[in-house]
Structures are given as structure tokens and as C-alpha cells.
Design a protein around this ligand. Structure first.
Ligand code: SF4
Length: 388
């Protein structure tokens, strides 16, 4: 059982199910590729590696060019000629049973947490500045997307990283900073102080979470799923009992990013129309899968085509007359009452008039067949893909 990483803590705290449901691999997206490229750039610049800009794909190079990494590091409190220490892409491990200790797993590990144990929380800070003279660690996190970002003061990811970094570097206070990049590469900072007492509170919250995650993993039932903004990027979404499709469409497909730009908002309007056709498109794909013979479903179930026939009254007078001939006046009055408002329900009731319990279904079918032949009913058949 692995404990949630810092980047998934907001979700882990909000939704217990997300911690125990199976996780699917990250499918990637353009926004994620952009974020990865820009993070790689600021990391290389912070480490003084030459040629970093040339490695940024052309589509995002102008934004990278605008990022003034030395100025950002200075704003975070790093003094190039002083005693502060700057570390880019530092990964940490923190064990809730030893809350005053913490470990640096290393730098630039690409989220490889294999050095941590199963009972440790892990996380990676984009940039860490250690200021021993001030007994302070500064944890900075770049955000290059358009999506909403939780403010630094309440950001679970950053607050957890503040704890891990403070314990690993043996300082008693932290400052957390969200570094928001604009399209032209200029940045604005959202910073919040994390006192010694707050670090204790964060440790308590995480220790409680660890206990809950372990208990939920050992339980026999999936714990409650709690949908919300945190569903975005949830890798358990396809297994979510709250409806993976709705969640994926509403929250996991970059809709938030689209709403941030004029072009995106135009696209959202088109998407709204497209969404009405979505059930038909999904059904088309399921039918095609059945036609190809690709019918296997999880748990040994299989897709199958099921025919459903619907019947509807088209001539109430004919219903009355034919029921009269076949079942007599009492049944005819039930099938098509005086106002001649026959429905499939009244026909079913008519078939039951005077019938013994065991013969009701047969009588109903016989009456329906008679009415169909007489043109009093019409039948329409539709096919749908079902799981069996
Ligand atoms: S998609 Fe489901 S499991 Fe994932 S966070 Fe949302 S509610 Fe929880």
C-alpha cells in the first residue's frame, strides 16, 4: 500500500475512494506535455545547464524565453552569493510514525520514488531554498496551466511539501510559494508562511490520512467516492462508482483550461452541441465492438445485443372490437374504456379479466397478437448494447 504523493493529496483528502480504487496509467495531454517541457526548462536554468531553451518545443519556446529564472529564485529568497542553498526538483519521503524526521530522496528523480518505503508519504518540490540563518525552507511550485490553483495558504500539496522539506533540512519554519506563469513567461507569486505550529498540524492531518488510507485498503467495501474539482486528473475515474463518464467529460478533459481563453470558450459552445450526440456516438462504438466480436468486459461479463420491442395503440376502436370478439364485453370495456383511450396497460388488464392466474401471460400475448394482426397496435423494435 503506497501513501498518496504530494501532488494527489488534495484528492486523497477529499475522496477516500480515490486512494483504493485501481489507478490507470497517465494518458497524457497537451497541457501536461507543455507543463513538463516548461518545468524541465526552469529546472535546467536553475541548475545552470546550457542550451535549455533550444530543448523546449517550438510551440512553448516563447513562453520559456520570457521566464526569468534567476529573478524568480531571487524572489524566493535565494541569494546566489550568500548562504542560502537552492535545490531544483527535490524529492522527499516522510514517515507519519516519525513526524520529526524526513528524508531527501534526491534531485531530478522524475517522480521515481522507489527509494521510499510503503509507509512513507512522498513528493517532489519544483524548487527548494534552504535558509539556515533564518531557520526557514522555501518551497516553490510552478503552475503553467490556466486551471484554477488552490492558494498557497491552503494548498495541500505545498503544505505537505513544506513539512517534508522542513523535516528533511532540519529547519522549523517554511514558506510556500505558487509561481504562476503567464503566457508571455512573466510570473506572479502567491506566498504563505507556515509556522512551526502549522507544520505540526499538517503532520497530524497526514498521520490521520495515512491511518484512513490503510484501513480503507484493508476494508471489504470501496469507501465513499466524493466527486468535486479534485476529480480532475483522477486516475481511478474509470473505476469510480460515481460515474466515470460524467466525471471524465465534466472535469477530466481540460474543460477548465478551455474556459480560460476566448478560443476555448468558442470551442466549449461547439462541445455543448456535440455532447447531445455523445450517447449515439458511444452506442455506435459499442455496436461496432459487438459486430467485431470484441465483447469481453471486466469480471467475465460480455457485451451483447438485446432486442426490445415496443408496442403502441394506433386504433382504440379496433382494440375494443377485437377484444369484444375474443374475450367478451367485460374485457373489451377494460381494454378500451368508454372514451376509447386504450393503452398497453388497459390491454394487459383486459387480458386478465376472468383469467386464471397461470393463464394471464398467455392470454395477454394472444390478445396482443390479435390486435397487432388487426392493425390496432403497431410494434417497433430497437436494439441496444447491454452488459450480461
Ligand atoms: S473520479 Fe471518483 S474516485 Fe476519483 S476523485 Fe472523483 S469521486 Fe473520487
Amino acid at each position: 500500500m503506497t501513501l498518496p504523493s504530494a501532488s494527489s493529496l488534495a484528492r486523497a483528502l477529499a475522496c477516500r475512494a480515490s486512494n483504493v480504487l485501481p489507478q490507470e496509467p497517465d494518458a497524457g495531454s497537451e497541457a501536461a506535455a507543455r507543463g513538463t517541457a516548461l518545468h524541465a526548462y526552469v529546472e535546467a536554468e536553475a541548475n545552470g545547464q546550457p542550451g535549455a531553451l533550444a530543448r523546449v518545443p517550438a510551440a512553448w519556446r516563447e513562453m520559456a524565453r520570457g521566464l526569468d529564472v534567476p529573478a524568480i529564485l531571487e524572489a524566493l529568497g535565494h541569494d546566489l552569493f550568500g548562504d542560502t542553498e537552492m535545490r531544483a526538483e527535490e524529492s522527499f519521503a516522510w514517515d507519519p510514525t516519525r513526524p520529526y524526521e524526513g528524508r531527501s530522496l534526491g534531485l531530478s528523480l522524475n517522480r521515481d520514488y522507489s527509494g521510499a518505503t510503503s509507509g512513507e508519504f512522498v513528493g517532489t518540490a519544483d524548487v527548494v531554498v534552504v535558509d539556515r540563518a533564518a531557520d526557514l525552507v522555501v518551497v516553490g511550485d510552478y503552475k503553467f496551466g490556466h486551471g484554477e490553483v488552490t492558494p498557497a495558504a491552503t494548498n495541500p500539496q505545498l503544505r505537505a511539501l513544506a513539512l517534508y522539506a522542513a523535516r528533511a533540512h532540519r529547519v522549523s519554519q517554511a514558506r510556500v510559494v505558487v509561481i504562476r506563469g503567464r503566457e508571455d513567461g512573466s510570473c506572479w507569486l502567491d506566498a504563505a508562511e507556515v509556522s512551526e505550529i502549522e507544520l505540526e498540524r499538517i503532520a497530524e492531518t497526514l498521520a490521520e490520512l495515512a491511518g484512513r488510507v490503510v484501513a480503507d485498503a484493508l476494508g471489504h467495501q470501496t469507501p465513499p467516492a466524493t466527486p468535486g474539482a479534485h476529480c480532475r486528473y483522477c486516475r481511478a475515474a474509470v473505476h469510480c462508482p460515481e460515474g466515470p463518464m460524467a466525471l471524465a467529460v465534466a472535469q477530466g478533459t481540460g474543460l477548465i483550461d478551455l474556459a480560460a481563453t476566448a478560443a476555448g470558450r468558442g470551442r466549449l459552445l461547439q462541445l455543448r452541441d456535440f455532447a447531445k450526440r455523445l450517447p449515439d456516438l458511444i452506442n455506435e462504438q459499442l455496436r461496432a465492438a459487438v459486430a467485431r466480436g470484441d465483447t469481453a468486459l471486466p469480471g467475465g461479463a460480455a457485451l451483447a445485443l438485446e432486442s426490445t420491442t415496443k408496442r403502441a395503440v394506433v386504433d382504440a376502436e379496433a382494440v375494443y372490437q377485437n377484444t369484444l370478439i375474443n374475450l367478451g364485453p367485460e374485457a373489451a370495456e377494460v381494454a378500451a374504456p368508454l372514451v376509447r383511450a386504450a393503452t398497453m396497460d388497459t390491454i394487459k388488464s383486459a387480458a386478465q379479466v376472468g383469467a386464471l392466474k397461470g393463464e394471464r401471460a398467455t392470454r395477454k400475448q394472444q390478445l396482443v397478437d390479435v390486435l397487432l394482426r388487426a392493425g390496432a397496435l403497431k410494434a417497433s423494435t430497437s436494439e441496444s448494447v447491454v452488459a450480461r
